[in-house]
Design a binder for this molecule. Structure first.
Ligand code: CS2
Ligand code: MG
Length: 402
């Protein structure tokens, strides 16, 4: 089999997505997600202008050699743009393999290790009461694990809260909006939110929380310690992770489990975190981590150190990545949990898919390959819209991590 054509699709059914379609001489095609929130067109260009010409004529079954060719052959390694582009090709080739062998992707990754994939949903609200109401709605919808974020008294807006009641979508049209931040106010508030959540819903529900890279290691240690009585499933992205040693400080102070890695794009971003057992869950996901080929190795490496996966699954991860993640989650031994932020109806229509949700679990479906398609005619109706993630400033105006 030979790759005959590869083309990039950019569409905006409610938010932007970049999708790669790789075609072969046997009429089988594969899809890969190349979406990088707020920087979408750079990945489209990386693919179109630089690497797609290099894969035409190659055997799509050679996922390992093609991955190494794109990674080592670039000379300039790593980075979110490069790795998302490589991921798109890698995932499309695995999709082709599954279709050519007439088997769902999970069978190529070890077969089913479990029947369903535990997912967590996002409950949020402008204050504790409304966040807890949203948790109750999630329980009614079947969720067994819920991330809880609420507005912080004294701050006008913050990460993770839907502007108008309903769906939370962090990317916004127009230039980046600004949030205000105070770690002091945040640290005072969050333990009270989780005290109320446990009191209201009991021990049976998994509770998660995302700090979104805003604390220093010692502040995160304090938060983790104060959250211990409420038995969180995890505390996510407590501190920016460029300095991996920072996590030792957090670990030294708390038994609250830690997850990190949605912005990682290489195992080298997590190497020290994993081998020192400073984290419990790795969130680096298939699109931003370079594809299925390197993620399989990263998961195996993590398994040696009791680290499980907890793949990023926000709305900017397209249905193509969601499908790939669900196959992966189904197959590997050290799966932890999968994030689910449901897409808009338009997005689901542009990407018809086999995966499904029932009683707090997701299922990849049994179609060959990924089990997801792209309706190119419908996609063409939704033109790309420039959009950005917000930025964040401390109360005195200093720019800080969002
Ligand atoms: C978040 C994301 O889902 C999460 O845990 O941190 O919503 C994140 O802000 C976006 O995916 C950024 O693109
Ligand atoms: Mg996050």
């Amino acid at each position: 089999m030979k790759i005959t054509n590869a083309k990039v699709n950019v569409t905006c059914p409610g938010r932007n997505f970049v999708t790669l379609k790789v075609e072969t001489d046997e009429g089988i095609y594969g899809l890969g997600d190349a979406t990088l929130n707020g920087r979408e067109l750079s990945v489209a260009s990386y693919l179109q202008d630089h690497i797609l010409p290099c894969i035409i004529g190659r055997d799509p079954f050679q996922t390992e050699d093609i991955w190494q060719y794109l990674y080592r052959g670039a000379y300039w390694r790593r980075g979110p743009v490069t790795m998302s582009a490589i991921a798109a090709i890698d995932v499309a080739l695995w999709d082709i393999k599954g279709k050519a062998l007439n088997t769902p992707l999970y069978n190529l990754l070890g077969g089913k290790s479990r029947e369903g994939v535990l997912v967590y949903g996002h409950a949020n609200g402008k204050d504790t009461d409304s966040a807890l109401e949203d948790v109750a709605r999630h329980i009614d919808a079947g969720y067994k694990a819920v991330r809880v974020q609420s507005g912080i008294p004294g701050l006008a807006s913050t990460y993770g809260i839907a502007k108008n009641a309903g769906r939370y979508e962090p990317a916004e049209r127009g230039l980046p909006s600004e949030h205000a931040w105070s770690s002091e106010l945040y640290l005072r508030h969050v333990p009270t939110l989780f005290a109320r959540a446990r009191e209201t819903f009991g021990e049976g529900l998994h509770l998660l929380h995302d700090c979104h890279h805003r604390l220093t290691p010692i502040e995160a240690g304090r938060l983790g310690k104060e959250l211990e009585p409420f038995h969180l499933f995890w505390m996510e992205d407590p501190t920016p992770a460029e300095l991996q040693d920072g996590f030792k400080i957090i670990r030294d102070h708390t038994t609250t489990p830690i997850s990190v890695g949605e912005v990682f794009n290489s195992i080298w971003d997590a190497h020290d975190l994993i081998r020192n057992q400073w984290i419990d869950y790795l969130r680096m996901t298939i699109v931003h981590g370079g594809g299925i080929t390197p993620l399989r190795k990263a998961a195996d490496f993590a398994s040696l150190y009791h680290v499980r996966t907890g793949f990023h699954g926000a709305t900017d991860l397209s249905p193509v990545t969601m499908a790939a993640a669900l196959h992966f989650d189904t197959a590997i031994h050290n799966f932890g949990i999968q994030e689910l932020m449901p897409h808009t109806e338009e997005t689901d229509q542009v990407f018809p898919h086999q995966y499904s949700f029932k009683d707090g679990m997701m299922y990849p479906g049994d179609a060959p390959g990924l089990g997801v398609a792209l309706d190119e005619k419908l996609a063409a109706k939704f033109e790309y819209q420039r959009a950005y993630l917000p930025i964040n400033r401390k109360l005195d105006g200093t720019l800080t991590d969002w």
